[in-house]
Design a protein around this ligand. Structure first.
Ligand code: GDP
Ligand code: GDP
Length: 433
């Protein structure tokens, strides 16, 4: 499971600067997805072979009045409680403020390890920067500079030390799909419909409320793991409590899965939260299947409305298959599995270098990339740079001039040639000059 790091601190200490530094590499890839509602508070990062999630609690400032910390905003507290590690940022140029003390007092009660980062410490001697902050009693202060980068890598490496390297290959050998979606769309009903029919091999009851439940089962003699973010614990309960939606839980489930199944409620409008959750899956590069649930008892006009709504608000999911199902009546579940299988195979596919290069050559013969100034980009060969999602790396010259529209043209051809259904695909360039 990917560890989650929450950044906490009063305004202006540099949380969003640090957030940007920690998530920069992934950000660029999805920055210009049309229609995608991006939540700037959650991001992905990696040092070496260790991936992590970061939450910037910056939008959720603690409420301080008359020197009393009334409460940290609810989201900040939830993030603090659910994260695996907390970084309290303070401003090394300002010294300790009463607000820092209040936040530190609250954080000393948390179960998770808290790291005290003294920011804006560039050009200061580490001892000087740290000295004053010992009084916050959160261990040895870490002098860092979010804007220059000093000390940031060391801090993150230390935070990640107790956590394992990237998930082993073992867990990638069969479809492992996360059932995600906002509360009440029918996730538990769908999980129950799936498991009701199948042989459950292992039922891994998770430890804390933040965790998803992992269940191994077989269907048509094939192994699957379902990652249940809603929790089948609620099965049969009379007083169903409405699920407390957890962004961290959802993001971790997506990260850990090789396919995400996004459940939507056809009896309601597509909401911003739906689009945000879809965006998380896209950002993670996960293969995706969309289940538009509660399709029972809808008349023609209502169905027409939801089709339009989906097209308008979730157009950026054009690579995914949509299914219109009724989890309650168990309708459409079989078809859903066909798409889960297809999406899994597409996400995990091995692309041969000769075939990739041949498609690339055909593509450029049919339509060469446009000239920029005096130079025309020269695309020479392609190889696979990764899976889940498949990454195609194209080598050549002057590739920084390839326009996005041409990249999309190539993507389309690769998709068709390899029958990549249900997974995002990333095309990257490596110029030799
Ligand atoms: P936030 O409110 O905690 O998210 O703080 P911001 O990231 O918006 O930063 C507040 C201000 O501090 C901005 O003007 C940043 O440019 C500046 N800042 C952030 N990190 C550093 C740093 O490492 N060194 C210096 N000198 N300034 C920084
Ligand atoms: P979750 O919070 O996403 O896990 O949603 P639940 O599975 O608890 O379902 C929320 C409500 O929607 C419950 O009252 C379900 O009975 C109802 N529901 C779930 N699936 C369907 C469906 O396919 N059709 C209809 N009409 N109702 C459904």
């Amino acid at each position: 499971m990917k560890p989650t790091i929450a950044l906490v601190g009063r305004p202006n200490v540099g949380k969003s600067t640090l957030f940007n530094r920690l998530t920069r590499s992934r950000d660029a890839l999805v920055a210009d997805q049309p229609g995608l509602t991006r939540d700037r508070h959650y991001g992905h990062g990696r040092v070496g072979s260790k991936p992590y999630l970061v939450i910037d609690t910056g939008g959720f400032e603690p409420v301080v009045d008359d020197g009393i910390l009334w409460e940290m905003a609810r989201q900040t507290l939830q993030a603090v409680d659910e994260a695996d590690a907390i970084v309290l940022l303070v401003d090394g140029r300002n010294g300790v403020t009463p607000q820092d003390k209040l936040i530190a007092n609250r954080l000393r009660q948390s179960r998770q390890p808290v790291y005290l980062a003294v920011n804006k410490a560039e050009g200061m001697s580490p001892g000087m920067a740290a000295a004053e902050f010992h009084e916050l009693a959160l261990g040895e202060p870490w002098p860092v500079s979010a804007s220059h980068g000093d000390g940031v890598r060391e801090l993150i490496e230390t935070i990640l030390e107790p956590f394992p390297d990237e998930t082993d290959e073992e867990s990638k050998r069969h479809p492992k799909f996360a059932v995600i979606g906002r509360p009440n769309v029918g996730k538990s009903t769908l999980v129950n419909a799936i498991l009701g029919e199948e042989r459950v091999i292992a039922f891994d009851q998770a430890g804390t409320t933040r965790d998803s439940i992992y269940i191994d089962f077989e269907r048509d003699e094939k192994a699957y793991t379902i990652i249940d973010t809603a929790g089948v614990r609620r099965r049969g309960k009379v007083n169903e409590t409405v699920e407390k939606f957890s962004v961290i839980k959802t993001m971790q489930a997506i990260e850990d899965a090789n396919v995400a199944v996004l459940v939507l409620d056809a009896q309601q409008d597509i909401s911003e939260q739906d689009a945000t959750i879809a965006g998380f899956a896209l950002e993670a590069g996960r293969a995706l299947v969309v289940a538009v649930n509660k399709w029972d008892h809808l008349d023609g006009e209502q169905r027409e409305r939801i089709h339009r709504d989906v097209a308008r608000k979730l157009g950026f999911l054009d690579f995914a298959r949509f299914h219109y199902i009724s989890a309650l009546e168990g309708k459409g579940v079989g078809e859903l599995f066909k798409s889960i299988d297809a999406a899994y195979h597409a996400a995990m596919i091995k692309l041969s270098t000769p075939k990739l290069t041949r498609i690339l050559q055909l593509a450029t013969e049919r339509q060469a990339p446009p000239r920029v100034g005096l130079t025309r980009p020269k695309l020479r060969y392609a190889h696979q740079g990764g899976m889940n999602p498949p990454i195609i790396v194209i080598h050549g010259n002057s590739l920084e001039n390839v326009p996005d529209s041409y990249t999309r043209y190539l993507e389309g051809l690769f998709r068709k040639a390899f029958q990549l259904q249900g997974t995002p695909l990333r095309v990257q360039y490596k110029s030799s000059t």
